[in-house]
Design a protein around this ligand. Structure first.
Ligand code: HPA
Length: 273
């Protein structure tokens, strides 16, 4: 069995052999936000199942794909579909794609997700820049022997989400008339949604939104020195905020409703990098 590093390198080499130009920006698409991939020009589409060692994602109906091409004047890789921890992948496996992007030479990672709104000033459909996260997944993707080729044993997380890119997102949002919130994202492993008591706990410890992804990917990206911008689509108010049960269909529907704003924001941010 080859080392994890070799598995990542094998995937990166495979991709390098299939695209004319390697990307310098990668975008990971969250639930219901997949339409951005269709905006990539001159796209080379690589199904995850074709890329060596790449874990399939659990998106209903397809295993996900990597789309490499031009978006907003930049060479980008769009990861349409991600492998979640709750699907039974280890965190090592679920952050594999980010590792591959790092080895390909990507310098900027844009993470997107669907999240529940904990901050009662939010409304369903709001877009939120992640200023910081609280990792409550219960584990960490860097557990295990550290491979110095990826990064240091104890990576700094004081600016996990780039201050520069957060300010850039604000400028783009103002230009495009998009209302943009900011907040702290709490990452839980799921897949059950939270209880109202858990949401009150998360609010008390300083979380504004909650979801089941992103924090492990950010940790891995920072380990490799990538600059991270992350945007949550608040697809629903979190459990107990409103007097209504949570439903994945609502998550998908809300994401679809705001997809034009979302695409505008991400494209604008990429153009302004
Ligand atoms: N909780 C956790 N993950 C989520 C939610 C939520 O309310 N909405 C979308 N993803």
């Amino acid at each position: 069995m080859s080392s994890y590093y070799d598995q990542v390198r094998e995937a990166a080499d495979f991709i390098r052999g299939r695209v004319a130009q390697v990307p310098d920006v990668a975008v990971v698409l969250g639930s219901g936000l997949g339409d951005l991939a269709t905006r990539v020009a001159g796209a080379v589409t690589l199904p995850y199942t074709d890329i060596p060692n790449w874990p399939p994602s659990g998106v209903v109906g397809h295993a996900g794909q990597l789309v490499v091409g031009d978006l907003a004047g930049r060479r980008v890789a769009v990861l349409a579909g991600r492998a979640h921890y709750y699907e039974g992948h280890s965190l090592l496996r679920s952050t594999f794609g980010v590792r591959v992007m790092g080895l390909l030479g990507v310098k900027t990672l844009v993470l997107t997700n669907a999240a529940g709104g904990i901050n009662t000033a939010f409304e369903s459909g709001a877009l939120m820049v992640i200023d910081d996260h609280i990792n409550l997944v219960g584990t960490n993707p860097l557990i295990g022997p550290n491979d110095e080729r990826f990064g240091p044993r104890f990576p700094d997380m004081t600016e996990a989400y780039s201050k520069r890119l957060r300010a850039l997102a604000d400028r783009v949002a103002t230009e495009r008339g998009i209302r943009l919130a900011h907040g702290v994202y709490a990452a839980l492993h799921g897949p059950s949604y939270e209880t109202p008591a858990e949401i009150r706990f998360l609010r008390t410890i300083g979380a504004d939104a909650v979801g089941m992804s992103t924090a492990p990917e950010t940790i891995v990206a920072r380990h490799m020195g990538l600059e991270v911008l992350a945007i949550s689509c608040i697809t629903n108010m979190a459990a107990g905020v409103l007097d209504a049960p949570l439903d994945h269909h609502e998550v998908m529907e809300t994401a679809r409703r705001v997809k034009d704003q979302f695409i505008g924001l991400v494209e604008g941010a990429i153009a302004a990098l």
